[in-house]
Write a protein that binds this ligand. Sequence first.
Ligand code: NAI
Length: 344
Amino acid sequence: MKKIAFYDAKPYDKIYFDALSREYGFELKYIETKLNGHSAVMAEDCEGVIAFVNDTVDKETITKLDSMGIHVIAMRSAGYNNVDIKSAYEKVHVLRVPAYSPYAVAEHAFALILTLNRKIHRSFNRTREHNFALSGLIGFDLHGKTAGVVGTGKIGRVFIDICRGFGMNVIAYDPFPTPDSNIEYVGIDELFKRADIISLHCPLTKDTYHMIDASALSLMKNGVYIINTSRGALIDTEALIDAIKDHKIGAVGLDVYEEETEIFFEDFSGEVLEDDTLARLLSMPNVIVTGHQAFLTREALENIARTTLDNLKAYFDGEALENEICYRCMQFGSCRQDHKERCF
Ligand code: NAI
């Protein structure tokens, strides 16, 4: 049996991975610590690593794993902005789960919209205290409003279908529009100006870092809703807080936060929150923060476990790696995966 180090392990991961790992011939070593240059040594007796979104897969970590004879990291996520792909090239194969349930994330984004608009979070608290007053709970019809969708990949397109089901108009921005998709694509500034609700479904890259900043916010409609289920650093959080305090923004739903790495996925109840920016957001009645849970459905967890183990099996069986993330392919556009070859 091949032994694989499983970093940042949580009880819900174990349920879905334990159900499958024996069938694949893997022994999983669950490690609660996050992967980084220091904790990499905990994988010493292993032949591969499974990592997640808030692990630090930088040059130091990769060099350490490489020196220990570990040449495969299976990300159990779609996003990989926490991986230094350039450093990994020719040292460690980085695999990922490109799709596991776009429905999970898109439905969560819409759940945030419905909760914020109809003030469900406030009613929940009120009625528990036998307060059935309605003041302050006025929402608006979503029907006829305009959703601005940034990124029309797998999740963005499911989100668009949901919006249309509610009778909303949809406009979208994506540098790579989906052909023949019946989506009205507009420039990013026009989207910011026209949308009543803006939902982010693009990856975090150097181009998208802080795409919602003070200047983008200044273009938006008064009362706009902003929903981010993608990556925290798409939004300049300080600029966002200023715009909320200026009453520019109607509501904000965040499943991700730019400084989430040391906070999300852990239980700090009973402790004083040291992050003042997050504490400020949490104090606002028109802001809902969920702790990077958009992916958390049974179907998604099953698919994540299956694809992660498929990826590792393909690696150890010497097969082509269809879910490899490769610096060379991204840099030069020529892709060995197209020829069913490994990237290096
Ligand atoms: P995808 O790769 O199918 O789609 C991403 C889309 O973004 C593509 O159409 C791409 O052309 C577009 N894009 C690239 N650069 C852009 C830019 N500068 N501006 C606008 N659009 C741009 O990815 P998928 O599966 O739809 O996931 C989207 C994002 O959702 C992921 O990158 C990840 O960050 C996030 N995510 C969050 C989860 C959560 O639990 N909160 C779970 C899974 C993904």
